[in-house]
Design a protein around this ligand. Sequence first.
Ligand SMILES: Nc1ncnc2c1ncn2[C@@H]1O[C@H](COP(=O)(O)OP(=O)(O)O)[C@@H](O)[C@H]1O
Ligand SMILES: N[C@@H](CCOP(=O)(O)O)C(=O)O
Length: 293
Amino acid sequence: MVRIKVPATTANIGPGFDSLGCALSLYAVIDFEETDAGLLIDGCEPAYQNEENLMVAAYDLTMKRLNMQRKGLHIRFHSDIPISRGLGSSAALLVAGSMAANVLHGNTLDKGEILDICNQIEGHPDNVAPAIYGGLTASLVEADKPYSVRYPINEQACFCVLIPNFQTSTHEARKILPAQVDFKDAVYNVSRTAVLCRALETWDEELLTIALNDRLHQPYRSQLIHEYDKIRQICLKHGAAAFFISGSGPTCIALSKHADFSKRLAEDLKQCRHLWQAIDLKADLKGVESEEI
Ligand SMILES: Nc1ncnc2c1ncn2[C@@H]1O[C@H](COP(=O)(O)OP(=O)(O)O)[C@@H](O)[C@H]1O
Ligand SMILES: N[C@@H](CCOP(=O)(O)O)C(=O)O
């Protein structure tokens, strides 16, 4: 039996659409045990207790890569990562399933191969890469193959995640994006993404505020997020260095160097309708971990 611990992730980080991502200190812990036959999944909603489950899909694709076939599987699932909120729940499941199959069958695949398998299912590497490697990652895809590099992130960086009481689907939030962008907007994002990676390392607050802006996805997706403007104003009023949509939303993130930033927001959040929950997180630097038990 193997226990997999995998972090939540925030993708895009403002201008780095489908490229930047950071692992966060919020986790799913999942046990995988091979059995003689059948599939048993404990701990998640009945709707997900079947062969369609993303953990199972990633497990099976990894077994295929290993030229093996799954017999039976018992999964015990516990996750603090909310579903369909923009914190990479689907990537966490994929990474856990792929990693489990690998560890239970000789541990012959490296992290690059796990990334490749998970990206095949997820379709973009910006959540799965930090879930695997930890920390801040930048990724690209060339001829269907994902490549990721890791950037240092300043230890002062605090991510106050604001999670509302409604969901949005990543699939739907991708459909509303335009098919083409203005050249000036492309330059706006490319320049900010490059500068942002260094500003996150040095913690240059002036640059972080400017570089964390985006013209590719947030102007469209903010319309799907109830109370977006109100939440943004609250966070900036209380001293956030920057505010951005986590992944495809609806979770938003206030970036600051204050480890208890959520406390500053508590009173104002009571005035909002969508029961925004504020949680103070740090970057997770380890990425997925496995332990044979
Ligand atoms: N416990 C779970 N078991 C199986 N599938 C899940 C589970 N949690 C989430 N999912 C799948 O992941 C999807 C959510 O992924 P997505 O829309 O990409 O949002 P996010 O990754 O930001 O949470 C769900 O619609 C479901 O298909
Ligand atoms: N780059 C993707 C990231 C989606 O992240 P999720 O956590 O919302 O699934 C996008 O912006 O569509």
